[in-house]
Ligand binder design. Sequence first.
Ligand code: SF4
Length: 218
Amino acid sequence: MLGDRDLRGMVDKAFDRLYDDLSIKVDKKNNDRIHAYEAAHCTRLAYYERKDSLPPDNPDKISILLSHGMRKALSNVRAEYKADSLTLEVDADMLVGNEFVVRFEVVPQLPELPHPRHMLYLNACLFALNKNDGFLIYMTADGKTVQFSITKNNRMFEEIIRRARVLSTLLKDGKVPIVEPSDLCLSCKYYSRCYAREKIKEETADFIADLFGKGKPK
Ligand code: SF4
């Protein structure tokens, strides 16, 4: 406490406001409008965020503040692609020379290959903005970067449209999408809804330790 003011509470509220401001804007009430971010990531997570969301945890907030805070400083281009009754929305980070679409990802370590979900997302931006080439730039907090170029690809676009349609249909039907195991799960706030997690019993732990020759000395 600072005087009679709750400093921690004030900082948390400021963080929450920033988080709301920086989060990708999704029209949660319109199931015919799906953001490419939702379709490229886990559709189950997107479903929970729309229908039965948990408040963001601190790692969530910090990751949004880092990545989306940086994005906010860029030119940010919003666009959409209509496929029958479905509208796929995108937010690209930059349009260079009105020709190249750029998307940044802040990561703890630079990857050797671009992540498929980031490629799906950038490819959706190319279609929505009607451009042929894009750059995916990975960046670490200490300023290291690596970049990959991608060219508009029909099959990848069909895949993100398919995923967006599945999400849209399941949202309308009130059915939770299947679990999509990936690296995202490890830091996902919905982990316990997707995976049963029970503490291993002591005798089971001893048995496993014995198997590897690490049992207690008899
Ligand atoms: S734990 Fe994994 S499968 Fe479940 S919602 Fe999160 S990212 Fe999706």
